[in-house]
Design a binder for this molecule. Structure first.
Ligand SMILES: NC(=O)c1ccc[n+]([C@@H]2O[C@H](COP(=O)([O-])OP(=O)(O)OC[C@H]3O[C@@H](n4cnc5c(N)ncnc54)[C@H](O)[C@@H]3O)[C@@H](O)[C@H]2O)c1
Length: 259
C-alpha cells in the first residue's frame, strides 16, 4: 500500500512542486490549502499524470483548530493513514519595526507557527494510532536561524518553528516519528520573494531591478534556492535512510548559513 503524504500549503509554488515530487516518488498525496481551487487544481493535474486517486485536494485553514481537525478526519476517512506531513504554509510581510502592523505580526505567528503546531498535533494522533512511525517536515527559512531586517514577525515565527520541531521530535521519538525543519535560502522566483522586492529595494536603497542579484551575491554558491534543491533534501529526510536523524534544522542555503 502506498505511503500517504499530507502537504499543507500545497496549492502553489514550492508546495505544489513538493506535491508533484512526492507523487513522482510513489506517495499518495493530499494537497491541502486555504485556496481550495488551487488544492483541487494541483490534485487533478497530479491524477492526470500519475493516475486516479493518486492525489486529493482538501481545503484547510491551518490557523483554525476546527478546520485542521476536519482536514485530518477527512484524510483519515479517505486513506486511513498519514506517513508524512509537510507543513509548507507560510506568509511574509515586511516592515521596519516602528511601522510593523500588529495584524501582520499576528498573521505571521498564526500561519508560520500556530498552524504548524495544530497540523502536527492532529497528524501525530494518526501516526501514533497506526504505529508505523512517520515523518513531519516543516518548511522553514534561514530567517528561522538568523534575524531578518524588516521581517520581525516572519523571523520570530520561524525561530519558534525550530523550538517546536525539537520538542515534537522529543515527544514523538518513542513512536518512530522523526521531525525536521528545512531552513531555505531565498526562492528568488517565488511570488513571496518577488512581492518583497519593493521593500527590499527600499531597505537597501537600490533599484528594484538590482535586488535579485544582490541576494545572489550573498550566497557562497552564487545561486538562489531552487524548488528542486528543497525537494531533494526533503525526500532524503522523509526516507528510511534518514531514520536515525530527528529534531534537526537543515540548511538549504548554498552556504549562506553554516550552523
Ligand atoms: N519564497 C521564499 O523565498 C522562501 C524562502 C524561505 C522559506 N520560504 C518558505 O517556504 C514556504 C513556501 O513558500 P512559497 O514562496 O511557496 O509561498 P506561497 O505564498 O507561494 O505558498 C504558500 C501556500 O500556503 C498557503 N497558505 C497560506 N495561509 C494558509 C493557511 N492559513 N492555511 C492553509 N494554507 C495556507 C497559500 O494559500 C499558498 O498556497 C513557506 O513556509 C515560506 O515561509 C519561502
Amino acid at each position: 500500500m502506498s505511503k500517504v503524504a499530507l502537504v499543507v500549503g500545497g496549492g502553489q509554488t514550492l508546495g505544489e512542486f513538493i506535491c508533484r515530487g512526492l507523487a513522482d516518488d510513489g506517495y499518495r498525496v493530499i494537497v491541502a490549502d486555504l485556496n481550495e481551487k488551487n488544492a483541487s487544481g494541483v490534485s487533478e493535474s497530479i491524477n492526470q499524470e500519475y493516475g486516479d486517486e493518486t492525489a486529493f485536494g482538501v481545503k484547510v485553514d491551518a490557523t483554525n483548530e476546527l478546520s485542521v481537525k476536519e482536514m485530518v478526519e477527512r484524510v483519515d476517512s479517505l486513506v486511513g493513514r498519514i506517513d508524512l506531513l509537510v507543513y509548507n504554509a507560510g506568509v511574509a510581510t515586511a516592515s521596519k519595526i516602528d511601522s510593523f502592523d500588529f495584524a501582520d505580526w499576528q498573521l505571521s505567528i498564526n500561519v508560520n507557527l500556530t498552524g504548524y503546531f495544530l497540523c502536527a498535533r492532529e497528524v501525530s494522533k494518526v501516526m501514533i494510532r497506526e504505529g508505523r512511525g512517520g515523518r513531519i517536515i516543516q518548511i522553514n527559512s534561514k530567517s528561522g536561524k538568523v534575524g531578518s531586517k524588516h521581517n520581525s514577525g516572519y523571523s520570530a515565527a520561524k525561530f519558534g518553528g525550530v523550538g517546536l520541531t525539537q520538542s515534537l521530535a522529543l515527544d514523538l521519538a518513542e513512536h518512530g516519528v522523526t521531525v525536521h525543519s528545512l531552513m531555505l535560502g531565498n526562492l528568488l522566483k517565488s511570488p513571496m520573494f518577488q512581492s518583497l522586492i519593493p521593500q527590499y529595494a527600499k531597505k537597501l536603497n537600490v533599484d528594484e531591478s538590482d535586488v535579485e542579484q544582490i541576494y545572489i551575491d550573498k550566497v557562497p554558491l552564487k545561486a538562489g534556492c531552487d524548488y528542486q534543491d528543497v525537494l531533494n533534501v526533503l525526500k532524503f529526510y522523509a526516507s528510511d535512510e534518514a531514520a536515525y536523524c530527528t529534531g534537526q534544522s537543515i540548511n538549504i542555503t548554498g552556504g549562506q548559513v553554516m550552523f
